[in-house]
Design a binder for this molecule. Structure first.
Ligand code: MLT
Length: 317
């Protein structure tokens, strides 16, 4: 097989692929460059690099695209299915890393860590200004989405002594319900009820037609003043203008790892009103960026490619 890895990928796993296949590694490929790079490859591995319809149309031999991560929203799956190209993801392998980041953002916001650090780095001591934390223990935390990341976050939030809540949803599998019970999650009827009940709302659902702008003006009208919103899932889940209004009107604060219009490759300027807002503790879509998570994702990616090479029918998106 000819494989192009168009994003950073751990060396050990690259070598495993290269031992059995013709494998090229071009981790700095941008979405704009991809269409000119794909000729002759039958498999493509990407993490953040956007795979557009134009790139897929220009690929003369491509049969498989693997997203080394959970979401496939960076890949034009409609174009892929029109062209008969399979798209696979690697869900769950980075769940703990994402949950850890959500906890880090929660504590960082509560303790105003970003401003603390900024003041100290600027040579300023202002203990009074930074002595305003409310504390996490005993707070009500709402988890939106009880997939692998949501459950991992819920478990960790409960360990801080919070009361964890989620929305009841028909058809949840037994394993999820048992884990929810072990964690002590209590269920409310719907998302507005969750917003009214909680001091913290953490988003752990994929971006789909039904979840896009889940956090909109109507929902934000329901949240309590000072609520902390955490988004380590997808930027599209939040109406960013509405969130900024709620931050200004009701003192809502937010831990945001993902943005609606975030760059998908490289480094450079990022003009985002949300990222720049003083009520936001923002990060660079780094939820999955731990060595542990990237190792696990890469190992699973290699396994999927080997299955494909061996002719196994893949469970693709
Ligand atoms: C995911 O979809 O799992 C993450 O967004 C992946 C990533 O940032 O690598």
């Amino acid at each position: 097989m000819r494989i192009l890895i168009a994003d950073a990928f751990p060396e050990e796993h690259r070598n495993r692929l290269a031992a059995a296949h013709d494998c090229d590694y071009a981790p700095d490929t941008t979405a704009e460059q991809l269409p000119a790079e794909l000729s002759g490859y039958d498999s493509l591995v990407v993490r953040s690099t956007r795979v557009t319809a134009q790139a897929l149309d220009s690929a003369d031999a491509l049969r498989l695209v693997i997203r080394a991560g959970s979401g496939t929203n960076t890949i034009d799956t409609d174009a892929a299915s029109r062209l008969g190209i399979r798209v696979c993801n690697v869900p769950g392998r980075n769940a703990i890393a994402v949950a850890e980041l959500a906890c880090a953002l929660l504590l960082a916001i509560d303790r105003n860590i970003a401003d603390n650090v900024a003041d100290l780095r600027a040579g300023r001591w202002d203990k009074k200004r930074h002595s305003q934390a409310r504390g996490i223990f005993g707070r009500d935390v709402g988890v939106v989405g009880l997939g692998q990341v949501g459950l991992a976050f819920a478990e960790r939030a409960a360990a801080f002594g919070t009361r964890v809540h989620a929305v009841a949803k028909p058809g949840r599998d037994r394993q999820t319900l048992e884990r929810a019970q072990d964690i002590g999650i209590t269920f409310v009827d719907d998302l507005p009820a969750l917003a009214r009940t909680c001091d913290v709302l953490s988003l752990h659902v994929p971006a789909t037609d039904t979840t896009r702008r889940l956090v909109d003006r109507d929902l934000l009208a329901q949240v309590r003043p000072g609520t902390i919103i955490l988004n380590t899932a997808r930027g599209d889940l939040i109406d960013e203008d509405a969130l900024i209004e709620a931050m200004e009107a009701k003192g809502v604060r937010a831990g945001i790892d993902v943005f609606a219009d975030e760059p998908t490759t490289g480094t450079g300027a990022f003009a985002s009103r949300l990222a720049a807002h003083p009520h936001v503790c923002g990060t660079h879509h780094i939820g999955a960026s731990t060595e542990q998570a990237q190792e696990a994702v890469a190992a699973e990616t290699v396994r999927v490619i080997e299955e494909y090479a061996a002719g196994t029918v893949l469970h693709c998106v």
